[in-house]
Design a protein around this ligand. Structure first.
Ligand SMILES: Cc1cc2nc3c(=O)[nH]c(=O)nc-3n(C[C@H](O)[C@H](O)[C@H](O)COP(=O)(O)OP(=O)(O)OC[C@H]3O[C@@H](n4cnc5c(N)ncnc54)[C@H](O)[C@@H]3O)c2cc1C
Length: 502
């Protein structure tokens, strides 16, 4: 991997080392490469080709909020951009080391900001350092019979602060809620000062400032501590499969579940294309073997859509919820096919993305994008975005396969998660990706979807932020940034669109 020489001025580096210690500011090749990109498709294409789009001039590892404060002060004075780095799993360019109009850029890796860890069992809350990995937190909670209930597909790597800064949603968000719904309190170090918002259960003290920090993507400051609501760990878990003849039929059933107080903990309804791909990948030992294609075909479901339902909690409570949920999906034409599909999903729930590397090696473009809207618009949004992706791929001369699932339910609507595969346009991979992204995003905006349900804005979604929150909304965020980060060092090129609209 080829990188430009580090551009951090020697006196700035010396000052930072004075605060952090000699070993906690690194500018060796390995550290710079490891922090050069996140995990989006453009990141992977560039880094696999040996040419990351950018690289930090150095990587800092502050050990506590006091060191971090000093780092931000030096960087503000020396015109050095700061990129907060949690687990580094952003798929929207969130950790790209862009320097904006600053003279150098450092990545601030937050893994040493993992303390304190204070559990209040009586209140069911935990406070922890923002650099703590969610998997490590979950293990600590599990030992005490508790759970955070946050399981994004990137669970193995993500940090608490990264999930708060991006409003992440896990696979069990329908049951446990999104990450932002779990955040009760936040401590944030911004270049202009500290903000501390206590974990009170509710408050009428003016607008909720937590909401300004959750989802701030490192553009306002660094979240150093997060207080979270936790839940008793479930004593029972049941994951099972239901088939629907059509995706629209399955969506109608999901709406009934969400609005009839019968929401399962986990929901994943795949469209016809994703279902047939899952069946093919499951092979004879998976859904296909257990439920039996012959049986499904006889019942008219051979080309249908698979819904995985998961119930977690106390055995007697989930039994009641499950009865109600299965009765509702049955009334909407769902055919229950037992636990094998659910077990297969649970066994592979974090494994799918690893296929990306093999597919890239085979010259296959594989990318995902997500949105959400009201129930009344969901089917039309699904069709419009699917059509836009397929058409953009065809126009590039690389027709592909477009798949979708619904996996996060709300009383008023749901999310859509698209996956698409196509032959890569060799040498023009980013151009090809960009054409599809533009087409899909235009279709999302035109059909009432949010530009992102849980991946955040990062670099990739900036051009459409004003479509969602309006020009005044963007200016308000700019004013807030100006107040907290007057020198403009925090994560340039993310979240906020450029002033010229580029
Ligand atoms: C294979 C794969 C599967 C994924 N599945 C899901 C999924 O199921 N659900 C989902 O929601 N997302 C998913 N993602 C996206 C990603 O994991 C989430 O956005 C996650 O919340 C990022 O956490 P992180 O700790 O890795 O943050 P990072 O990638 O390190 O950072 C994300 C953004 O937050 C900023 N940031 C990080 N830490 C802080 C902090 N302490 N203070 C201020 N800003 C900070 C960064 O600067 C960056 O802009 C997936 C990604 C991959 C690669």
């Amino acid at each position: 991997v080829r990188l430009p020489p580090p551009a951090l001025a020697p006196d700035a580096a010396a000052e930072l080392r004075g605060v952090l210690g000699a070993d906690a500011l690194r500018d060796d090749h390995r550290e710079r490469v490891l922090h050069a990109a996140g995990k989006g498709y453009p990141d992977l294409v560039a880094i696999r080709a040996g040419h990351p789009q950018s690289a930090p001039d150095a990587v800092a590892y502050p050990e506590g909020a006091a060191q971090l404060r000093a780092v931000l002060e030096i960087c503000s004075q020396r015109r050095v951009a700061v990129v907060p780095f949690g687990g580094g799993t952003s798929v929207v360019g969130g950790v790209a080391p862009l320097r904006g109009d600053q003279e150098a850029v450092i990545t601030v890796d937050l893994r040493r900001l993992a303390e304190p860890l204070a559990l209040d069992r009586e209140s069911l809350t935990v406070t922890c350092g923002a650099g703590l990995r969610v998997a490590a937190l979950e293990a600590r909670l599990a030992a005490g019979g508790l759970t955070l209930g946050h399981f994004p597909q990137s669970f193995e790597y993500v940090s608490v602060g990264g999930c708060a800064a991006t409003r992440s949603a896990g696979q069990a968000s329908t049951g446990y809620g999104r990450f932002d719904e779990r955040v009760l309190g936040v401590r944030c170090t911004a270049p202009a000062g500290e903000l501390t918002l206590a974990p009170v259960p509710a408050s009428a003290a003016g607008p909720d400032l937590r909401e300004l920090l959750v989802g701030s993507e490192g553009a306002l400051g660094v979240l150093t501590e997060v207080a979270l609501r936790v839940s008793p760990a479930p004593r029972a878990r049941i994951y099972e499969g239901v088939f629907f003849e059509t995706f629209a039929g399955g969506i109608a059933a999901l709406r009934a579940l969400a609005q009839d107080d019968a929401t399962p903990t986990v929901v994943r309804l795949s469209d016809e294309q994703e279902t047939s791909m899952s069946l093919a990948l499951a092979g004879a030992g998976g859904v296909k073997g257990a439920a039996g294609r012959v049986y499904l075909r006889a019942r008219g479901y051979a080309e249908g859509c698979l819904l995985v339902l998961g119930f977690e909690g106390e055995p007697e409570r989930i039994a009641a919820r499950r009865r109600l949920a299965l009765a509702l999906v049955g009334r909407h034409g769902g055919l229950a096919v037992g636990r094998t599909p659910g077990r297969a999903w649970a066994a592979g729930r974090f494994a799918g993305p690893y296929l990306r590397d093999d597919l890239l090696t085979q010259g296959v473009m594989v990318e995902t994008l997500e949105t959400a809207t009201q129930w009344s618009l969901l089917t039309s949004l699904y069709r419009a975005v699917g059509r836009a992706i397929a058409a953009a791929l065809r126009e590039r001369g690389t027709p592909g396969r477009v798949m979708c699932h619904v996996s996060h339910l709300y009383e008023t609507g749901a999310s859509l998660y698209f996956t698409f595969l196509a032959p890569q346009q060799e040498g023009r991979e980013i151009e090809q990706w960009s054409a599809v992204k533009q087409a899909a995003s235009a279709a999302i905006v035109a059909n009432g979807g949010t530009i992102t349900h849980h991946h955040a804005v990062g670099v990739d979604h900036r051009p459409w932020l004003a479509d969602e929150i309006g020009a005044e909304g963007v200016e308000l965020l700019r004013d807030l940034k100006q107040r907290l980060d007057p020198a403009g060092i925090m994560n340039p090129g993310k979240l906020l669109p450029d002033r010229d609209g580029a």
